[in-house]
Ligand binder design. Structure first.
Ligand SMILES: Nc1ncnc2c1ncn2[C@@H]1O[C@H](COP(=O)(O)OP(=O)(O)O)[C@@H](O)[C@H]1O
Ligand SMILES: [Mg+2]
Length: 138
């Protein structure tokens, strides 16, 4: 579902990786292992689209979406696991926060109510409920 073809990147003369061919398939968990400075973070940044590759391509199968959490475990220390996972998809998480804030507000107006309904629709369309209910695949 995520395909890496002919991926290559170098900084100056230092080639971090080249001609990487990989297929990440559904239901599997993958770990990237390597010495400090080997290029793990850079590779993940290319996968997530944060930085472009110099050569090759990364393609996500249509109908799938990428969610990414930053490499900073302190940032999520105060959060429930489920919220942390959902934060990986920022847009969905923001919709959830906004609609929940309306539901919690005793002074919410009719307009707020309509906004909540709109957000609820969007949340459903984006698979919000499925995301919450889905057991982790690993
Ligand atoms: N923007 C950059 N410009 C130049 N060199 C970089 C840049 N980002 C990372 N590097 C270098 O690329 C190498 C790989 O870095 P990184 O992907 O962070 O490694 P890892 O996560 O495996 O420890 C390191 O030598 C690092 O100094
Ligand atoms: Mg790193």
């Amino acid at each position: 579902m995520l395909t890496v073809q002919g991926l290559g990147l170098q900084y100056g003369k230092r080639i971090l990786f080249d001609e990487v061919e990989l297929q990440f398939t559904r239901g599997n968990c993958y770990g990237v292992i390597g010495a400090n400075g080997a290029g793990k973070t850079t590779f993940l940044k290319i996968l997530s689209g944060e930085i472009p590759a110099m050569r090759g391509s990364v393609s996500l199968e249509p109908g799938n979406r990428m969610a990414v959490l930053k490499q900073d475990h302190f940032e999520f220390e105060q959060e429930e696991v489920l919220n942390t996972v959902m934060m990986g998809h920022r847009e969905l998480y923001d919709i959830m926060l906004e609609k929940n804030a309306i539901y919690m507000d005793p002074d919410a107006t009719d307009t707020d109510g309509m906004r909540a309904a709109e957000l609820e629709n969007k949340y459903g369309e984006m698979g919000g409920w499925i995301t919450r209910a889905m057991p982790p695949s690993c």
